[in-house]
Design a protein around this ligand. Structure first.
Ligand code: PBG
Length: 324
């Protein structure tokens, strides 16, 4: 045959393929989201996320140390808050002796090299299950900002390296930045969940924290899955307000958004492979329909190809182990 140009030549052997590989995934790209629970020696599996447990602080510390030894640089903490402690103003979120604050201190003491990222939003603490203050069924924007700022301050005081507002209220990044700076926390970073969509893929996460909205949905603050130009607007606003890093969430169904964002901003870009994405791969693997490990690594590589610098993924320790 007269075919002079044969792209297959570059794929012939493993060493050739390694030489021409455009993107790589390493444990250093991964951020591990974890669910922390009250008690001692407690692990409670999340039913809709096979392989993911809610962990008490003592177990969490050991698991995070292991993940760090595998090269995972950071964790994102989510507290499982007792229903009795939830109220309409999320007041437990600023309790110095609260579960989250104790978890932050334990990690900074026993795994000091690990970057601790905390979620800033009312939902795990809110009796309404919403990210903001609810009044007559409305999610109030401006009334929510001081609550978020107090929460971020409390997390910074406990030792958080980076606070990550995931609530999608307008103006929150600037408001939180000012509050941190005014209290001497100018070195605490902000990872903004800037383009966070009103997604059905968060279902298993809300099971894990029992944090589903008690009424209504999150569509008046989280973004419409149909939009991408609006994602750039949200991202640009957050950067102007002082975000050090920005995030797109969910991940796999939104890799086009990750690419657009990566091509348009000059800060690190994170993407979140959310609970529902994890559940899909695990469920199919349990059925024997997918090769779990191969699909896990392929999905994470796809985030890198789309331009994500960091990937939040429940697979972090498992993927880091496979990448050793
Ligand atoms: C809360 C928050 C959510 C997630 C991260 N932070 C849920 C929500 O917005 O309802 C979802 C993460 C996941 O599904 O893995 N503000």
């Amino acid at each position: 045959m007269e075919i002079r140009i044969r792209p297959r030549r570059n794929r012939r052997t493993a060493s050739l393929r390694a030489m021409v590989r455009e993107n790589r995934i390493t444990p250093e790209n991964l951020i591990w989201p974890v669910f922390v629970l009250e008690g001692q020696d407690q692990r409670i599996p999340v039913k809709s996320m096979p392989g993911v447990d809610r962990m008490s602080i003592d177990i969490l510390v050991k698991e995070v140390q292991e993940a760090a030894a595998l090269g995972v640089p950071a964790v994102a903490l989510f507290p499982v808050v007792d229903d009795k402690l939830k109220d309409s103003m999320a007041s437990e979120s600023t309790n110095e002796e609260g579960l989250l604050q104790r978890a932050i201190r334990a990690l900074k003491e026993h795994a000091p090299s690990v970057t601790v990222i905390t979620d800033v939003a009312m939902d795990p603490y809110s009796s309404d299950g919403h990210d903001g203050v609810v009044e007559n069924g409305q999610i109030l924007n401006d009334e929510t900002l001081p609550v978020l700022a107090e929460m971020a301050l409390s997390q910074a005081e406990a030792g958080a390296d980076i606070v990550a507002p995931s609530d999608m209220m307008d103006g929150r990044i600037g408001y939180i930045r000012d509050a941190l700076d005014a209290s001497g926390f100018e070195d605490v970073g902000i990872l903004a969940y800037s383009a966070k969509y009103a997604s059905a893929f968060y279902g298993p996460f809300r099971d894990a924290l029992d944090s589903a909205p008690k009424h209504g949905d999150k569509k008046t603050y989280q973004m419409d899955p149909a939009n991408v130009i609006e994602a750039l607007r949200e991202i640009q606003l957050d950067i102007e307000e002082g975000a050090d890093m920005v995030m797109v969430k969910p991940g796999m169904p939104y890799l086009d958004v990750v690419r657009v964002v990566r091509d348009n901003v000059e800060v690190p870009v994170a993407a979140y492979q959310v609970s529902g994405e994890y559940a899909m791969i695990e469920a199919a693997a349990q059925q024997g329909w997918l090769d779990r490990d191969a699909c896990m690594l392929e999905s994470l590589l796809a985030f890198r190809r789309a331009g994500a610098d960091m990937i939040l993924t429940y697979f972090a320790p498992a993927a880091a182990r496979l990448l050793q």
